[in-house]
Design a protein around this ligand. Structure first.
Ligand SMILES: NC(=O)c1ccc[n+]([C@@H]2O[C@H](COP(=O)([O-])OP(=O)(O)OC[C@H]3O[C@@H](n4cnc5c(N)ncnc54)[C@H](O)[C@@H]3O)[C@@H](O)[C@H]2O)c1
Length: 251
């Protein structure tokens, strides 16, 4: 059984992943607050000395600890998100972790949503779109963060690339769409961006099980939504992951 450590385990994404994966893997966590599901080291992820013991003997780290608010200002992003990610990478390097799965965000490329045809989709103006000719946004395209939060996620991806190249850690960055407490969308944009709980479970399992030849990759984490505008073909090819759910089921 692989040993998996989840930073930020007690939040929304961490709780869903833990519930979905805990029968298959040996899961532990580190967070400022306790997980109801598995053993948790209570520590601040910006403090290397405090979190290091939790990384001992870990095969795979899933790095979620951060402020998930897309509107947070620079000070919060710097003091929490940048430091949580860089400290978790450093703890992984010191501890010989083989794979690091980073919770990036669609906000690393959020500015595309201000251009057609994406702006019409996020506003639900579907009659203005030719769906058969929809150009999908893929991870080869330039990053276009839509604020400090998205810039922080791009920093995390770049840091992951460095640790992969320099220290040979396999790093997988997931630009997660929208993961709610319940699977259903809560606004019109989320009919495009939703990632259901079941698809998140499948995606993380695919990342944990992906061949060790995957040294670095960036993938969009989104369900198979009718109106999705992110390209998921590289996760199918590299990770053998296919999203199965469609937000339209909740319409
Ligand atoms: N939920 C989404 O739709 C979504 C989308 C894209 C990316 N993400 C990313 O996924 C990750 C998890 O998001 P979430 O929605 O579960 O958020 P959340 O706020 O529910 O969970 C974050 C967890 O991190 C912990 N945490 C925060 N700062 C910490 C610190 N300094 N030390 C230790 N623990 C700390 C919090 O206590 C919390 O339990 C975040 O990195 C977020 O940016 C989430």
């Amino acid at each position: 059984m692989k040993n998996i450590l989840i930073t930020g385990i007690s939040g929304k994404v961490g709780s869903v992943i833990t519930a979905k994966l805990k029968e298959k893997y040996n899961i532990s966590g580190v967070d400022l607050k306790k997980s109801n599901l598995v053993s948790t080291t209570i520590a601040d992820c910006t403090n290397l000395d405090k979190i290091l013991p939790a990384f001992k003997g870990i095969d795979v780290v899933i790095d979620l600890a951060s402020d998930p608010n897309q509107y947070s200002d620079w000070n919060v992003i710097h003091d929490t998100n940048l430091l949580c990610t860089s400290t978790a990478l450093e703890a992984s390097r010191i501890s010989g972790v083989k794979r690091f799965i980073f919770a990036s965000s669609n906000h690393a490329t959020g500015m595309y949503e201000f251009d057609s045809p994406y702006k019409e989709i996020v506003e639900g103006e579907y009659s203005k779109i030719n769906k058969d000719n929809l150009p999908l946004i893929n991870t080869e395209m330039p990053i276009r963060p839509d604020g400090p939060y998205g810039i922080g996620k791009a920093f995390g991806e770049a840091s992951g690339r460095y640790y992969s190249d320099k220290y040979d850690i396999s790093v997988i960055c997931l630009r997660i769409g929208t993961l709610n407490s319940e699977s259903a969308p809560t606004n019109i944009r989320q009919f495009a961006t939703l990632l259901t709980h079941n698809d998140l479970g499948r995606l993380i399992t695919a990342c944990v099980e992906a061949p060790k030849e995957i040294r670095f990759g960036i993938y969009y984490g989104v369900s198979n939504n009718k109106w999705k505008f992110w390209d998921t073909s590289n996760s199918s090819k590299d990770l053998n992951y296919q999203p199965e759910d469609d937000a339209e089921l909740f319409r």
